[in-house]
Design a protein around this ligand. Structure first.
Ligand code: HEM
Ligand SMILES: *[C@@H]1O[C@H](CO)[C@@H](O)[C@H](O)[C@H]1NC(C)=O
Length: 339
C-alpha cells in the first residue's frame, strides 16, 4: 500500500472518531519528533529525543522531592491526568486558571476542594522552560507526572507516547458532565468510560489507581446513613462512621486502600473482595451486575502482575484520548494560562 493511502486511512480514522482513544496509533506513525508540524501526527515515545532529551529526568527529580515531602502527592498527580484526559482530551485544560477568557475546570463539582498538585506541575514546568524553552507541553507534563508517580510508589512503568499539545480552552461544563461521580452505579461507570473510548478492562484496571491516595467523607457519606450500603463489611462500616459523621466532617479524609495507602499494589482489589471498597464506585466493580468487571476484580486480586500489565496498557489508552498534535493547540509557557 502506498504511504499516501495509509495517510488517508489514518486521517479518515481520526476524523471518524473525534472523541475516542487511539490506542493503535501509539507506536509513532508519522512521528516527526519535535518538529510538531504534521497536523495529524500521532504521539510517540521519542517525541523529545532531540528537542529535550532530559525531560523525563527533570520531571522525576521534582517528583522525588515533592513525594518525599508529601507521599499523597503521587496520588494527586495521577488523578490530575485522569481529570484532564476525560475533559476534551489530554490537553492540560484542567491546569488553566480563571481569566477573562477562561472559566476554569478547577471549580467543577469533581474538582473543587479536591484536585491538587498544581504547584508541583508549575515547578516542573519552570525547570523545563529553563532547560528547553517552549518545548514540553503541560499535557505531556501531566502524563509524565502520572507515570512517574506510579513508578515512585512501586507501581509499573510503561513506554509513554508523547507530543500532546496544550488547549487554549477549558470546559467547566465538560468537567461536570464527563467525570464519573463516586456514587455511580456500574452501568454509569461503563457508560462514562465508553464515552472516552475505554472499555470494562480499562475501567477496572484504572480504578486500581485507588490503591493510593485518599477520599473525603463527603464522597462516601451517602453509603453510611439513611439506607446504609449493605455491601459494606461491618467493622469497616463502623470505622468509617467514626471518620465520617452524619452531619459535618465533610472534609475528613480516609485512605482509599487503608492497608497500604502509599504503595501501588493490588491490595485495593482484595479490599473490594472483603467488602472494604471505600467508594460506591469501587465496590460496584464486584457487586454490580456486569460479569466482566466482577471477574477482573477477582483476577487482579489474585495476580498483581496482570493488574500491572493491564494498568500500564490502560494508562496509555487513557493518555491517548483526543490529544492535540502537530500544529493544533500550543505549548504553553505557563501551564495556568494560554500564551
Ligand atoms: C472509575 C471512576 C472513578 C471515580 C468515580 C473516582 C472517584 C474518586 C473520588 C471521589 C476520589 C476522592 C476525591 C475527594 O475526596 O476529593 C478519588 C480519588 C482518587 N482517584 Fe479516582 N475515581 C475514578 C477513577 C479514577 C481513575 C481512572 C484514576 C487514575 C487513573 C483515579 C485516581 C484517583 C487517585 C489517585 C485518587 C486519590 C487522590 C488524592 O489522594 O489526592 N481515579 N477518585
Ligand atoms: C449521587 O449523588 C448526587 C449528589 O449528591 C445525587 O443527586 C444523585 O441522585 C446520586 N446518585 C445516585 C445513583 O445515588
Amino acid at each position: 500500500m502506498s504511504s499516501i493511502k495509509i495517510s488517508l486511512l489514518v486521517i479518515a480514522f481520526l476524523a471518524a472518531t473525534p472523541s475516542q482513544a487511539h490506542p493503535g496509533l501509539g507506536f509513532g506513525w508519522g512521528g516527526h519528533p519535535g518538529n510538531g508540524r504534521s497536523p495529524f501526527a500521532a504521539l510517540s515515545p521519542d517525541f523529545y529525543q532531540f528537542s529535550c532529551p532530559q525531560a523525563n529526568d527533570i520531571v522525576m527529580s521534582v517528583l522525588e522531592k515533592a513525594i518525599a515531602k508529601d507521599p499523597r502527592m503521587a496520588a494527586s498527580l495521577l488523578r490530575l491526568h485522569f481529570h484532564d484526559c476525560f475533559v476534551q482530551g489530554c490537553d492540560a485544560s484542567i491546569l488553566l486558571d480563571d481569566s477573562a477568557t477562561i472559566t476554569s475546570e478547577k471549580n467543577s463539582g469533581p474538582n473543587k476542594n479536591s484536585v491538587r498538585g498544581f504547584e508541583v506541575i508549575d515547578e516542573i514546568k519552570s525547570k523545563l522552560e529553563e532547560a528547553c524553552p517552549g518545548t514540553v507541553s503541560c499535557a505531556d507534563i501531566l502524563a509524565l507526572a502520572a507515570r512517574g508517580s506510579t513508578v515512585l510508589r512501586g507501581g509499573p512503568s510503561w513506554e509513554l507516547p508523547l507530543g500532546r499539545r496544550d488547549s487554549t480552552t477549558a470546559s467547566l461544563s465538560g468537567s461536570n458532565r464527563n467525570i464519573p461521580p463516586p456514587n455511580s452505579t456500574i452501568g454509569n461507570l461503563v457508560t462514562f468510560f465508553k464515552r472516552q473510548g475505554l472499555d470494562e478492562v480499562d475501567l477496572v484496571a484504572l480504578s486500581g489507581a485507588h490503591t493510593i491516595g485518599v477520599a473525603r467523607c463527603v464522597t462516601f457519606k451517602q453509603r453510611l446513613y439513611n439506607q446504609p450500603d449493605e455491601t459494606l463489611e461491618k467493622s469497616f462500616y463502623f470505622g468509617l462512621k467514626t471518620v465520617c459523621p452524619q452531619s459535618g466532617g465533610d472534609n475528613n479524609i480516609s485512605p482509599l486502600d487503608f492497608p497500604s495507602p502509599t504503595t501501588f499494589d493490588n491490595s485495593y482489589f482484595n479490599l473490594i473482595l472483603w467488602g472494604k471498597g471505600l467508594l460506591n464506585s469501587d465496590q460496584v466493580l464486584l457487586s454490580g451486575t456486569v460479569k466482566e468487571t466482577q471477574q477482573l476484580v477477582k483476577q487482579y486480586a489474585q495476580d498483581n502482575t496482570l493488574f500491572y500489565n493491564h494498568f500500564a496498557k490502560s494508562m496509555i489508552k487513557m493518555g491517548n484520548i483526543s490529544p492535540l498534535t502537530g500544529s493544533n493547540g500550543q505549548v504553553r509557557k505557563n501551564c495556568r494560562r494560554v500564551n
